[in-house]
Write a protein that binds this ligand. Structure first.
Ligand code: MN
Length: 207
């Protein structure tokens, strides 16, 4: 049974960067629906009990095209939003810099934190239509900055990499407050991204 990650902040806890109504709608409606539908489709496909990573990483094994597409979209929506909401924190408590091995990897692979944030922001701003930008890590600990359309991610795209940071640029993530100003939302995102959580995810991904 797939469950939405529990928020570690109040629905108004990310204001002013993300407003209460956006969290209520985004988490309470959009993410809830992805989760509910993913459970239904996983059951239908006989995949209940598998992890989301396993299902998204082996979509080719689902013969029925409609079911495969549904699992990709709804499973991606479930997974991506669990990552997104779990890495946010009020600006007053969010760790502003990565630590440990992730800090070293960002310097080594991406040219430092400022360059990494710039690359992720550009990938997000440049994503035509709905989608995401991701920071992901391969088995050797190397970092990658990419963008994906819809609810795709580095797992469903078959890269074998683990996403550790997900920046949602679907209009539902920002339109109530920022309207057409996606770059302003992206800028605000970095104020409430908790690099401590992302650093822990990097360590976890490496086992
Ligand atoms: Mn979203």
């Amino acid at each position: 049974m797939f469950e939405q990650v529990k928020l570690t902040y109040d629905v108004n806890g990310l204001e002013p960067q993300i407003d209460q109504l956006t969290i209520e709608t985004h988490y309470g409606k959009h993410h809830a629906t992805y989760t509910k539908t993913f459970n239904e489709l996983a059951e239908k496909a006989g995949l209940a009990g598998k992890s989301a990573e396993e299902i998204l990483g082996s979509l080719d094994s689902v013969a029925d095209e409609t079911l495969r597409k549904g699992l990709r979209n709804q499973g991606g929506g479930y997974y991506n939003h669990n990552l997104y909401f779990s890495t946010l924190a009020p600006a007053t408590t969010a760790a502003k810099v990565p630590t440990g091995k992730l800090a070293e990897a960002i310097d080594r692979d991406l040219g430092g934190l400022e360059a990494a944030i710039d690359a992720l922001s550009k990938a997000a701003a440049g994503q035509f239509g709905s989608g995401w930008s991701f920071l992901s890590v391969d088995k050797d600990g190397k970092l990658y900055v990419t963008a994906s359309p819809n609810q795709d991610n580095p797992i469903s795209e078959g890269t074998g990499r683990t996403p550790i940071l997900a920046l949602d640029v679907w209009e539902h993530a920002y339109y109530l407050k920022y309207r057409n100003l996606r770059p302003d939302y992206i800028k605000a995102f970095w104020e409430i991204l908790d690099w401590k959580v992302v650093s822990d995810l990097y360590d976890k991904a490496l086992g």
